[in-house]
Design a protein around this ligand. Structure first.
Ligand code: 5GP
Length: 117
């Protein structure tokens, strides 16, 4: 039996989900249960369970995730200040984390309330 996370299986093309972006550090695909008209998950190829578990050697991976998020936003046409997007990282139960493979949510194309729920 595979111990891979669901996101590893998507990145490795074992579960079909079109990738909207990929580079050497990460890949991105649409969330299966979107919370906004645009809801993309940016996922590192290296499994870091959650952001608070990241180690100093993960610095390049963490930086690559934010750069990738900016690239995805540009690609989807929401990076102008008049539009915009929100990045979310959930760590642990109170934050609503459900998949223990760190990822960045990119939400856009609707007005996003603040404070978040
Ligand atoms: P978390 O709650 O851990 O921050 O976010 C996990 C996200 O993964 C959720 O928004 C959920 O909808 C999404 N998700 C869970 N399973 C799948 C899947 O099999 N495919 C895709 N595309 N998204 C998934």
């Amino acid at each position: 039996m595979s111990d891979k996370t669901i996101f590893q299986k998507i990145i490795d093309r074992e579960i079909p989900a079109p990738l909207v972006y990929e580079d050497e550090h990460c890949a991105a695909f649409n969330d299966i249960n979107p919370q906004a008209p645009i809801h993309v998950l940016i996922v590192p190829r290296k499994v870091i369970p959650r952001v608070g578990d990241a180690q100093p050697e993960d610095q390049a991976t963490l930086g690559a995730l934010l750069l990738a998020a900016g690239n995805v936003a540009k690609q989807l046409g929401v990076s102008e200040r008049t539009k915009g997007f929100r990045l979310v990282i959930n760590h642990g139960a109170d934050a609503g984390e459900t998949v223990p493979h760190m990822h960045v949510h990119l939400l856009a194309s609707r007005a996003l309330g603040w404070p978040p729920g």
